[in-house]
Design a protein. Structure first.
Length: 291
């Protein structure tokens, strides 16, 4: 299913591709173990994984309503994790830490995962929704504003008319009381959602997912601004900018006051640390495999 916005990089799936992906989901469901391959980018383990494997793994976990955490990691994420031990712990305990940012994917390629693609939140959302519609899995959206959620509902329903959307909630932009938080947990669990999309922004959404692991009976995906992109409240960068790793620059031009410090500081730190590892052979990126 092609996204209505031509700036989205996710193309339509052919019948063969669709059947291959569904077969992968069935195979993943039968497998008891999932071998994680990847490398450390700065101080964070990032998974080396294909699009088909990601969607299959999520759908498999979702079929059993397992409480899982999927983090999508860009430059801002890995730099923040290198500076804040608490956030580093959050990412290290995620069930999947995906290379959302193009430079993060490039770092994995440098370490021998030559086919690694960027696995970004907006495209992952759209790919999984197509599979969820075909499998009959239900989804819940948590985060952003009510206006964005209303627009998001319209766009998703137009593209996936049979998709089971069992809830959309825009929580208050403040710390919730224990009672309020528990009410949202109960609502999500009682909805029967297989996957919960969390759009609270980094690092808040990753910390929220980690804190709710075991409480939320669904696979939690921290997809950041994907809600706004799909709702059409934020325009995504042209496909050519996405392919050369300049989508961040488009976002900076769109929201310069909010994002200037984030991108100038974190991008500079990332470039310095990666250049240092190249020159000195500092093993800031190490391959490892985990179950």
């Amino acid at each position: 299913m092609r996204h209505p916005d031509p700036n989205f990089g996710y193309p339509s799936l052919s019948l063969v591709e669709r059947e291959r992906m569904l077969a992968g989901v069935k195979q993943a469901t039968k497998s008891k173990l999932f071998m994680r391959r990847g490398a450390h980018v700065l101080d964070t383990h990032i998974d080396a994984i294909s699009w088909d494997e990601v969607v299959s793994r999520i759908a498999s976990w979702a079929a059993h309503r397992q409480s899982r955490v999927v983090a999508l990691c860009n430059v801002h994420s890995v730099v923040t994790a290198s500076q804040e031990p608490a956030f580093q712990t959050v990412l290290s305990q995620a069930d999947l830490a995906l290379p959302d940012g193009a430079p993060v994917a490039w770092a994995l390629r440098r370490e021998g995962f030559g086919e690694q693609q960027r696995i970004n939140g907006p495209d992952l959302t759209w790919r999984y929704l197509q599979v969820a519609e075909q499998l009959g899995q239900s989804v819940f959206f948590y985060g952003s504003t009510q206006d964005t959620l209303d627009r998001l509902m319209v766009r998703i329903k137009a593209s996936f008319p049979k998709l089971k959307i069992v809830g959309m909630e825009s929580p208050p932009y403040r710390e919730l009381s224990e009672e309020e938080d528990q009410a949202y947990v109960d609502q999500i669990n009682q909805s029967g959602a297989n996957v919960l999309f969390v759009g609270l922004g980094c690092p808040k959404q990753e910390a929220w997912m980690a804190a709710h692991r075991g409480r939320i009976k669904a696979v939690m995906l921290g997809v950041g601004a994907a809600f706004d992109y799909h709702a059409g409240t934020i325009q995504r960068a042209p496909v050519w900018m996405q392919k050369i790793g300049m989508e961040w620059f488009h976002r900076l031009l769109s929201e310069p006051r909010r994002l200037f410090k984030r991108y100038t500081v974190t991008n500079s730190i990332f470039m310095y640390r990666m250049a240092k590892s190249l020159m000195l052979g500092n093993p800031s990126v190490q391959q490892e495999e985990r179950h």
